[in-house]
Design a binder for this molecule. Sequence first.
Ligand SMILES: [Zn+2]
Length: 340
Amino acid sequence: MKTKLALGNLVVAFCLFLATQLTAQELGPHFKKIKDGIFTYAEKVNDPNCTIILTQDGVVLIDSGNNPPDSLAVMKAIKQLTPQPVRYLINTEPHSDHTTGHFVFSPPALIVAHQGATDSMKKAFNPKRNEKLMAESPEMRETFKGFRLITPHIEYRDKMSLNVGDRSFELYYLKNVHSESDSAIWLPKERVLFTAASVSVKRFNNLREPGAAITWARELRGVSKTLLTPSIVDAVVQKVNQKRITNSKDLRKLRTILRDPVAKAHFIADEGNIESASLRIAATEKKTKLGFVGELDAAVSAMRSMPWTELEKLKGDSELLKTIDDAKTLLDNLRKTLSS
Ligand SMILES: [Zn+2]
């Protein structure tokens, strides 16, 4: 019995050794090796991905892929990598593009998610999404064979540790990021972090209301194409995701910011915001208008930016009223002189 067990361990160790020798390409298209025994699959950039993590005691998956064809491609790769079963499937979020393929792995896999995922999945489940996909092609229909809605078996609150074989997983609840139950997953030994939908490449991901994305896109399209270089787009996406630009209408200000080299450079920099960049346009304008014109500009902007409370205090101030009358006469005369 003991020798049998030892032999079993040896077989598993050998399989793991072979698995680490496999390259991502040998698993099929769209696989990427992250670390030894960790492979991520995504058909397209920004598609929900699925990650295979091999351990001495079986496979742990992070999400199950965009759709069943993806889940099946992952299942095929797992079979190339190890004879061991998928033991856990950790969900970064409950949306259907992360969970429809659960049935491919579970049972035997136990689904782990943050509290609220089951409710969210049940509420959002729409058989029409699957029917629409199945209508695409007979091949697609085939991949849905055996479909069942598989909701989490384990829901944790705030934080959870999971130890499987030689690997440790730390699950953290991400509040108000994207869905009702977002989880980040950290593998401390391997230093690998799964960020759920809190980070993604060249995409606005913190907009909880999907319709809002159209408004943002429209505003961005209003900015001249020649001004929207890749570094500007990156800066905009980053600042929106960091909630430093919260109103899509603010993007309109980019039309003037990006024409001003100083303001533009400031906006691209890490510390730059729409407001702070706008201030820099004013600063350069002031610098270009020297002498009397500059001073007149300054006086006008001082009048414009006078706070309401300040005005209240000055009500009835006879000296000030006299100064205003003088200024009015002076301005009238000045206008007459300059226009003739
Ligand atoms: Zn989602």
